[in-house]
Every structure is written in structure tokens, then in C-alpha cells.
Design a protein around this ligand. Structure first.
Ligand code: IMP
Length: 427
């Protein structure tokens, strides 16, 4: 059985909890894109774990955990994360890094910061060097984890090729200092190599063999569909493909049957960073959602922008991912809100005409001008928090879920109503 689990909005849909929830049924959990820009928080009892690079499946000791070739890997960040988990979980013999994954190097982070600082319309990136690392990959200037095993002379020459351009840009275009030399970066890489060597391998073979043996594989998406570099609100997106089909490219598995694509959808919407967000609430209701939902970035701590559920962008996301069922998260955050709105369409002025859209426009400029058409639903007085069975939910909460299902044309099979692993209603 092969599952892909990913977010259908702008990220932060609660993926880590969902992946943690499913993990015990799987033999492999695989990350296939993104890097340390992701921030996943998992609560297990009193303990809180934050993951940036390591798939949260690591918390289940029988699961093999893989960082695929589609990921951009910051080795220092990975080692910090491994150190933080030391004593909690074991890595040996169950944690694997693709030798084809690209490295995020210090100059990628310098460039990310310099670009954001100078930009008239910054993207609001996480400053983790993601864009420049993917740019190097497609510019054929990248360094893969497997390249750490080249001779020092070869590695130095590869580093120099990429570094020289960045140093020139930083000094002459961005007017910034270059904090490290190639030799210093090399020194860091050699230290990382020693510690990471046992885990770096041909992970595509591992995954292909697992698939042939009919083992259960779970692909863990990072960021969200609306941040996909092709299908997101470009240019306010991340630099990787976040959609389900990329799970295969980013892991080296050929075209195989994916049994299920689970779309993780938050019961309202959030977004971090800049870019269009039609249902954003900048009033007291937005503040309430942020407060009740604890909507602050796990990676940057930035307050997330909050808004009502947007069925238009979610329908679009279900299509580009091939989502078969939905895992609705954070329903309990809506507890106690008197009236809840759902955007079912947009209105936009084009020339002298007002048009109604049920599909998002391609350009971010147009999407920014879209006015949501809302349907208002009654909220509920009782609590959904901690409820174990669907029929125990307040009637209005059941209506809300069924309304979303009707709008989205997919079954909402799971509903998360609290932070803990056990706070999930299965339907
Ligand atoms: P980058 O991925 O750091 O280049 O950031 C590009 C955009 O994606 C920014 O708007 C970030 O806030 C957003 N982003 C990146 N990773 C995540 C994530 O894991 N959750 C939510 N937003 C993210």
C-alpha cells in the first residue's frame, strides 16, 4: 500500500500529526521535497517534538525513515535535529538519506537573506536557503550529499564554482560581506560527512525494493499545494513541487499505483509569508483564529495570517494532487464561534464586468483582487475538542463537515479535534 499525505492549502495544515497518526501502519515514511523550511510539531503525551527535516515517522521505532532525492538538505540543521532526538529514538539501521539529495550550503542562506532584504516585494521566505539551493540544482551547480565522498580536491573545485558566483553577487550587487571562505565551508562539510556517512545511500533502490515487496510506504509532503512552484500562487511560493505526483520523482520510485492520496485540510485557512489570500481576516476574528489555533510558524515563529475556509482553492488543490480523501484538521479551533463562513466562489471585476469564478485565476494579481462569495453557517455551542465519535459532535459541527464535503466533492474520512495523537475521529 502506497499513500501520499500532503497539505491542500498554504502549508501548516497539521501534517505532522496526521503522518504520526498513520505511521504505525507503514514500513517506510519518505520525505520527497522541500527542506528545513518545513516545521512540523508533534505532541505525544506531555512531550512536544519539532521536525524540520526528519520525517516525523521516526517516532515509531519499527518504521524506516527516508529523506529522498527531491529534498534540499541542510546538514548542520539535520545534525541539530538528530541531536535533539538522541535518547528518544534510534537512527541506526532505520534512517536513510538519498545520496542524490542536494545540500543547502551557507551561501544559499546568505543569498536567500540578501534577496529578501533587497526585494521591493519580498516573498517572506523562511530564510533557510531553499530557493537558492533549488536554483543551484537546476543550474547544475548543486552539490549532492553523495558528493561529500569525492576527494577533497574535487569537492573544493565544485564548491568554488558555485561559491564564486554567490560571493560576487553578494559583494557587488547586494553590498554585503561574505562571511565564510570556501575552505571554511569545506571544513564544515568534512565534519558533517563523518557523522552522516552511515545514513547516506541509494535510497531509490531501497524504496523500489520495498514497493516490489509490497511493503507499506507513506510519502510525507511538506509545505502545501498553494506553495507549489508550478501550481501555487507564483511567485509567492516555495521552490519545489509540493504536489502528490512529485512523491515519485522526489524518491526515485517509478510510475506505480498509489493507493491513496490523503489531502490534509485545515478547518479554516492560514498562510505565512506574503502573497494573495482571498479569505484572509485582518480583524478580531482573524486574531481569534490565530490565538485559538496557536497559529505561529514552527520554523520562524512568525504569526500566521488567518482566514475562513476557502473551497475554491481547496477544490483546485484536490484536482492537481488527485486527492482521494480528506483529513480535516483543527476543527476544535472553531469551537464557540457564533457564525462560520466558507468561500464557495470568487467575484472579480474584469473591465466593466463583474465575473463569478469557481476556479482560482492563474495570476496572483487577479487572485489578490478576488472577493470571496461566502456562505454563512451557524457555529456550535458545545465542544468538538476531545470528542471520539462523529455522532457525538455538535449537530452544527456535523453540518459544517458535510457542507465542506459537498463543496469539495470528497469524503472527509478523518477529523482532528485536538493536539494529541488520539484526538482523531475516524468515519
Ligand atoms: P521558502 O520555502 O523558505 O523559500 O519560502 C517561500 C514561501 O513558502 C514563504 O511564503 C514561506 O512562508 C512559505 N513556506 C515555506 N515552508 C513552509 C511551511 O512549511 N509551512 C508554511 N509555509 C511555508
Amino acid at each position: 500500500m502506497i499513500y501520499v499525505v500532503l497539505g491542500t492549502q498554504w502549508g501548516d495544515e497539521g501534517k505532522a500529526k496526521v503522518i504520526d497518526y498513520f505511521s504505525h501502519q507503514f514500513d517506510y515514511v519518505v520525505r520527497f521535497q522541500g527542506g528545513a523550511n518545513a516545521g512540523h510539531t508533534v505532541h505525544v503525551g506531555e512531550k512536544k517534538f519539532v521536525f524540520h527535516l526528519i520525517p516525523s515517522g521516526i517516532l515509531h521505532e519499527n518504521v524506516q525513515v527516508v529523506i529522498g532525492n527531491g529534498v534540499v538538505l541542510d546538514p548542520g540543521c539535520l545534525l541539530d535535529e538528530m541531536d535533539a532526538l538522541a535518547g528518544e529514538v534510534s537512527f541506526d539501521g532505520r534512517f536513510w538519506i538519498s545520496n542524490r539529495a542536494q545540500l543547502v550550503l551557507p551561501y544559499h542562506k546568505w543569498l536567500d537573506a540578501a534577496k529578501e532584504k533587497k526585494a521591493k516585494n519580498p516573498i517572506g521566505t523562511t530564510l533557510r536557503g531553499i530557493g537558492p539551493a533549488y536554483a543551484d540544482k537546476v543550474e547544475r551547480l548543486g552539490i549532492k550529499t553523495g558528493d561529500l565522498f569525492l576527494s577533497e580536491a574535487e569537492l573544493t573545485s565544485r564548491l568554488e564554482k558555485s561559491y564564486e558566483i554567490k560571493a560576487f553577487l553578494l559583494k557587488n550587487y547586494y553590498g554585503m560581506d561574505v562571511p565564510m571562505t570556501v575552505q571554511q565551508i569545506l571544513g564544515e562539510l568534512l565534519r558533517y560527512r563523518e557523522r552522516l556517512a552511515p545514513y547516506i545511500t541509494d535510497t531509490e533502490r531501497l524504496i523500489q525494493t520495498a514497493a516490489q515487496q509490497r511493503r507499506n510506504i507513506l510519502f510525507e509532503g511538506a509545505q502545501g499545494t498553494l506553495l507549489d512552484v508550478d501550481f501555487g500562487t507564483y511567485p509567492f511560493v516555495t521552490s519545489s513541487n509540493t504536489v502528490a505526483p512529485y512523491a515519485l520523482v522526489g524518491s526515485g520510485l517509478g510510475l506505480v499505483d498509489v493507493a491513496n492520496v490523503v489531502g490534509i485540510t485545515k478547518a479554516y485557512c492560514t498562510r505565512v509569508g506574503e502573497g494573495p489570500f482571498p479569505t484572509e481576516l485582518t480583524d478580531a476574528m482573524g486574531e481569534l483564529l490565530r490565538k485559538q489555533g496557536g497559529e505561529y510558524g514552527s520554523t520562524t515563529g512568525r504569526p500566521r495570517r488567518c482566514g475562513w475556509f476557502d473551497a475554491v482553492i481547496t477544490r483546485y488543490a484536490l484536482g492537481v494532487n488527485g486527492v482521494s480523501e480528506i483529513f480535516l484538521t483543527k476543527l476544535d479551533v472553531l469551537d464557540g464561534i457564533e457564525e462560520i463562513k466558507v468561500a464557495v466562489a470568487y467575484e472579480i471585476e474584469r473591465g466593466s464586468k463583474k465575473e463569478r469564478l469557481d476556479y482560482p485565476p492563474q495570476s496572483w494579481e487577479e487572485l489578490s483582487r478576488c472577493q470571496p462569495v461566502y456562505v454563512t453557517l451557524p457555529g456550535w455551542k458545545g465542544k468538538t475538542a476531545g470528542v471520539k465519535r462523529y455522532y457525538q459532535l455538535p449537530t452544527e459541527a456535523q453540518h459544517y463537515i458535510e457542507f465542506l464535503e459537498m463543496q469539495l466533492g470528497r469524503k472527509i474520512s478523518y477529523i482532528s479535534v485536538g493536539q494529541d495523537r488520539s484526538d482523531v475521529i475516524e468515519r
